[in-house]
Design a protein around this ligand. Structure first.
Ligand SMILES: [Cu+2]
Length: 253
């Protein structure tokens, strides 16, 4: 017995030392569940919800949304989506439209929700801010069923803990927007302003203990898990669709 306890003690001590060495001074454990009701921006007519489960430095992000712009240039409309961080941790109000063109651009929303902390790209692709405007890795179409598990950078995890992380889904139907929507985008001048402006926004907060839906039973939880799995498959299909469109375009030209 004595020998066994010594053997057990050694690895535990070792793990503790690694944790102390690896943890930066300001880092804290933000393991937990975060949730947001996504609300429309720019009268997009879209609705949605976001869940983020953080476990150590890994995170599972689920976004379900509907009512988004469906098509752009004859193809499924790409909706870049991010976790914005580093500002007030809120969604912009109408007063954020400082140039008065009737559209809250991504830049005009910046003082409310900050810069991109994480890009919610599809598949095994770059989740960093650098990939933020890559339309090829964005979910597309009027409905988003997104679920990804990936290593989340500490800036975004710290923002979640601080209550300053905000989910933003971009891309408006220019037909539903004021005239200025066809002006060059503040982010990508080759695209119209509508293409990059926010359509959905939600500030992330700690999910209530026991889940958001207090009425769920064990049975309906099982259904929810099945729906999430189906959502993952749908994301793969959407992703494949984007590549097919791109390949066809490349072949045509
Ligand atoms: Cu964004």
């Amino acid at each position: 017995m004595k020998k066994k306890s010594i053997l057990l003690a050694a690895p535990i001590l070792g793990a503790g030392m690694i944790a102390l060495t690896a943890a930066p001074a300001m880092a804290h454990d933000v393991t937990g569940s975060y949730w947001s009701d996504l609300g429309e921006i720019n009268s997009s007519g879209a609705t949605g919800e976001a869940w983020i489960d953080v476990d150590g430095d890994m995170a599972t992000v689920t976004i379900n949304a509907s009512g988004l712009a469906a098509e752009f240039d004859g193809a499924a409309y790409p909706h870049v989506q991010h976790i914005h961080i580093g500002a007030q941790g809120v969604c912009p109000s109408d007063e954020a439209d400082t140039n008065g063109d009737g559209i809250i651009s991504t830049t005009e929303g910046g003082p409310s929700y900050g810069d991109i902390g994480t890009t919610l790209s599809v598949g095994d692709t770059d989740k960093s801010p650098a990939a933020g405007l890559d339309l090829a890795v964005a979910p597309s179409g009027d409905t988003i069923s997104y679920e990804e598990t990936f290593e989340m950078n500490h800036e975004t995890r710290d923002a979640l803990a601080a209550g300053t992380a905000v989910v933003v889904v971009h891309g408006l139907d220019p037909a539903t927007q004021p005239e200025g929507a066809t002006e060059p985008s503040d982010l990508v001048p080759e695209l119209p302003l509508a293409a990059t402006s926010p359509a959905l926004c939600g500030a992330l907060a700690m999910a209530p203990a026991g889940g958001v839906d207090t009425g769920v039973t064990a049975g309906s939880n099982g259904v929810e898990l099945g729906a999430v799995a189906a959502g993952g498959a749908l994301v793969v299909m959407l992703s494949a669709g984007v590549y097919m469109v791109r390949r066809r375009t490349a072949t045509d030209s």
